[in-house]
Design a protein around this ligand. Structure first.
Ligand SMILES: *[C@@H]1O[C@H](CO)[C@@H](O)[C@H](O)[C@H]1NC(C)=O
Ligand SMILES: *[C@@H]1O[C@H](CO)[C@@H](O)[C@H](O)[C@H]1NC(C)=O
Ligand SMILES: CC(=O)N[C@H]1CO[C@H](CO)[C@@H](O)[C@@H]1O
Length: 553
């Protein structure tokens, strides 16, 4: 009797403790430019084109994070977010899920190694219900790399870098692109989302077709409504916007008819305004369910905006954009919001360094779980790099515990390299050749903007950055945030100090042989397996028996 009472009491106490843990909704936008957020575009020439009232409002009741760093491309940032590693220690490669090296069954393919523990597994250990909806792009050669294996109890995801907004067919998937074979890219929990496949001719002009971000928004709303509020909620909402191939409706576009001189800028503006509204619907759903007061919302972009002619974005006043380790590629829009943000921190800006890998330890701390990844340790994989930011975000500490930012690169071949390092004083060393070396104006692109192939480059020493990084460039991003002036010649001592540190970090780089990118994509196993065993959907192909049995359910 007494034991039964004690047991009942302990269950009640556990529930009470669990209920106090904050709900966490992490929103990762795609290719969102620094100057494509109202907070940054305010009073700039493009302010009329940037309609993000919801995202602006979230910052005004939360914290704008002014120095949030990611990788310069999607897959490394997403893998870093899921695993708490700097891309240098999980993957710096931007993805071809058909790669395979049979000699390495843990890491011999694209994306997250199968023995790493995902953030959602940590949250589940802390009693959270876990949900993922949207873009995955963190590897899918094996089912052990999919959202479910990484700890998401419920998931609806497209797996490759970008699918089409109306037909959901992959843009650069395991069958390649445009070669006749089109795979649908939408995965739900254990198998292809066959019943969500749109008609093959779906487009923004036809009725009964479903814009992909509408599908994702509806799913997020449905899950929040059905969520058992006795447990804390952990949701990652990673919409398609504002990644190519952008395809808003005529009605969405019409609101931006005044945008002149660049089709891509107009389409980008419309897609951004659309996703802002959808985020507003998700926030409202949290409020309607009385979850808002105990919710932490984190919003970030996975990398900077694409600034070339067809990219549509502006990172003004920053230099560079997506695909480059200039600030415009890696210093991304970010904020935290929600009722869980302490009152004294609301409507403030924090300027300390935060890395995309730091959310792992931050969320783990809020969930009351140890962030250490013992499974990865046993497999000989790198440990997490993640630092708990909650003391800084909540106001317990006034300076960020992150003292340096490490930026990786795969340029020059030969595996993963450290390309850049920023120290606590803002000195930033850049090595190798940097693409997208232009500064985008506030209104970008225009008809005069170069296309991707003609974007300027900046030579900062050898194309393949290796110690002693001879010819490296040095900027101070606190004094010169736009990286206009290379001060390497004036500060040889600082160049040497940062180069020594880069060498130290480079010694820890994780660069497994992931196998070659298949040349004939259609006639190789990944593509043929998807056609034969996954009903023509993108999905895992290394461990077919499992995938096949679930695909046929
Ligand atoms: C945030 O602060 C600004 C001034 O810095 C003020 O104009 C604005 O009303 C504040 N917003 C909220 C929601 O408190
Ligand atoms: C489909 O799955 C089966 C069973 O695992 C496998 O033997 C076969 O090779 C797969 N088909 C293709 C084309 O990969
Ligand atoms: C081996 C096996 O189970 N193969 C099955 C895979 O799935 C397809 C249908 O999607 C079946 O036709 C195969 O028999």
């Amino acid at each position: 009797m007494l034991i039964a009472l004690l047991l009942a009491l302990s269950v009640v106490l556990q529930n009470a403790a669990a209920a106090q843990k904050p709900n966490i909704v992490a929103i990762m936008l795609d290719d969102w430019g620094y100057n494509n957020w109202g907070v940054h575009a305010k009073n700039k020439a493009n302010s009329r084109e940037v309609r993000t009232p919801v995202l602006d409002g979230l910052a005004s009741v939360g914290i704008a994070l002014d120095r949030h760093y990611t990788a310069s491309v999607c897959s490394p940032s997403r893998a870093a977010f899921q695993t708490g590693r700097n891309p240098l220690h999980v993957t710096a490669v931007n993805g071809d899920a058909g790669r395979y090296n049979p000699d390495d069954t843990i890491s011999g393919f694209d994306g997250i190694p199968t023995a790493m523990t995902g953030i959602a597994s940590k949250m589940a250990t802390g009693g959270y219900s876990t949900y993922f909806v949207g873009k995955w792009h963190a590897g899918y050669a094996s089912r052990l790399q999919l959202p479910k294996a990484l700890g998401y109890k419920k998931s609806l995801a497209f797996l490759c870098s970008g699918n089409r907004y109306w037909t959901y067919d992959a843009q650069f998937g395991i069958c390649g692109d445009g070669g006749g074979v089109k795979l649908t890219d939408l995965w739900e929990d254990d198998g292809p989302a066959i019943n969500l496949k749109p008609a093959a001719d779906c487009s923004n002009a036809l009725p009964n077709c479903f814009y992909e971000d509408e599908l994702f928004e509806k799913r997020a709303v449905q899950w929040i409504k059905a969520h058992d509020a006795r447990k804390p909620l952990f949701m990652v909402y990673a919409p398609h916007a504002v990644h190519s191939p952008l395809a808003p409706t005529a009605a969405q576009l019409q609101a931006f008819d005044f945008v002149q001189g660049s089709w891509s800028r107009k389409v980008y503006a419309a897609t951004l305004a659309d996703i802002d509204t959808r985020i507003g619907t998700i926030i409202q759903t949290l409020k309607n369910k009385n979850l808002w007061q105990n919710t932490l919302v984190v919003v970030m972009s996975d990398n900077g905006g694409p600034i070339a002619l067809t990219g549509g974005a502006s990172n003004f006043p920053l230099r560079g954009g997506k695909y480059s380790n200039f600030e415009g590629g890696v210093r991304t829009n970010a904020l935290v919001s929600g009722g869980f943000v302490p009152a004294a921190r609301q409507n403030t800006t924090l300027t300390g360094f935060i890395g995309v890998e730091d959310w792992y330890s931050t969320f783990s701390a809020l969930a009351g779980v140890n962030p250490t990844d013992t499974k990865a340790q046993k497999a000989g994989l790198p440990p997490i790099d993640s630092i708990n930011m909650w003391p800084y975000l909540s106001g317990l500490k006034n300076v960020s515990p992150r003292k340096e930012v490490v930026l990786a690169s795969t340029s020059g071949g030969g595996g993963t390299k450290t390309q850049s390092l920023i120290d606590a004083k803002g000195y930033k060393l850049l090595a190798g050749t940097l693409k997208y070396a232009a500064s985008s104006p506030a209104i970008n692109p225009t008809a005069a903007t170069p296309d991707d192939a003609h974007m300027p480059k900046l030579a900062c020493g050898r194309r393949d950055p290796v110690y002693p990084y001879t010819g490296a460039c040095l900027f101070n991003i606190l004094k010169d945030p736009a990286e206009t002036t290379n001060i390497a010649a004036q500060h040889p001592d600082i160049v040497v100090r940062l180069a020594e540190r880069m060498k130290e970090i480079q010694a820890t780089a994780f660069s497994p042989q992931r196998g070659a990118v298949p040349k004939d994509k259609v006639n190789t196993l990944p593509c043929q397996s998807a056609l034969a065993n996954l009903s023509g959907f993108e999905g895992p192909w290394l461990d077919m028996p499992f995938s096949n049995s679930t695909a046929a359910r």
